[in-house]
Design a protein around this ligand. Sequence first.
Ligand code: NI
Length: 463
Amino acid sequence: MTSYKNQQLPLEKVFRDPVHDYIHVKHPVILDLINTKEVQRLRRVKQLGTTSFTFHGAEHSRFSHSLGVYELTRRICDFFESNFSSAKIGIGGWDDQERLVALCAALLHDVGHGPYSHTFEHIFHTDHEAITREIITSPETEVFQVLNRVEAGFPEKIAQVIAKTYPNPQVVQMISSQIDADRMDYLLRDAYFTGTEYGTFDITRILRVIRPYENGIAFQMNGMHAVEDYIVSRYQMYMQVYFHPVSRGMEVVLDHLLKRAHFLYQTDPDFFLYSAPLLVPFLRGDFTLQDYLTLDDGVLNTAFLQWLKAPDKILQDLAARFLHRRPFKSVMVEQDKDWQNLNQMAQWIEAVGYPLSYYTAINSSYDLPYDFYRPESKSHRTQIELMEPDGSLVELSQVSSLVAALAGQGQKDERFYFPKEMLTKPAQGQLFEEFYHQFQGKIHNGKIIHDKEFTHDDSTSYH
Ligand code: NI
């Protein structure tokens, strides 16, 4: 009998997908993983969290993204196997024995994401990457049971790919690099569901020019423009979608709402035992993997509905702002300028009766669209390599002046958030509005944060 590892489904299974058309499943291990309760939970977690408050189409789930990353990885493996197999080209070629490891890692790379991941992690200090590895390697999960049937030690191999410590760099870079199946899927999928055009790029072409080499993955020189277009799309999606100030205004409301619940739990645990029992392990700061796997968007939203009736006015008000979509308003703030004005605004906000730590925040978004390899930098990344016909490698920004212009340029958007009603308060409204307009297009001074104890919440990305 063929081993589980080498079996094929008698009939291939397909999932219809709006981005990749069909997602093809040929291997029973993949189908069994999709059917585990841990992977099915991802249907109940939105991929983009609060972005749907701005782009209402963006209701797609982490489940559809996970299938998409799997499908792109499968296509890359197929292409490598037909054109660059190690049997054919020797050293630096693709060894198709690695296919199942790559496919499982692709499907499972986000299995540890929780509801509104970024904000939840900020308040409760959870770590979705560590939890992903835990789900993969804990004997109690269905995911582990499927992987362990393949062979002993197989779950640990998948966890190594996620941790980027797996010995084969081709497999690691397929799932995680500056141009990988994960990013390629989320850019296309998020562009599709938000209805923006920025994220689209020529995936068909990229999947024709990608190739393995000894130290990882490269692209053929004649595919340079497709890769360049991908970098520009990435830059535009971050600037236009992921950094959107209104989505972040909702994220700040959510952050403060959870922070308030966390604070109140210390003095009134009973209220939370009946209004949000599934959140109690997190409020208490002592949770198990099973507690975590019970979480989804519905659990949080149901708690917020209960909190509309909370005795605490701040909890009640922040829950209403979140459920009824009343984002905090923001101004861009700038280093070394006008920090007195920001302090003045803070004083007015306080005078009206809003506690600053629940009603204001400095929120920074940051992304580095592309960088070349800098071994000295803190979190250095592999650069994108293009391969000349003679087999020599050139780093992308050496040949693309478009990418050279973006390389190493971090994109930052820093904002001060406050309740929108401040603009219409009779006493301070007019003055406040004047300041607000002065502030448009400026940034804060770091001092302010310490003087006034604003919440400092950095959002880098949703992924
Ligand atoms: Ni992902």
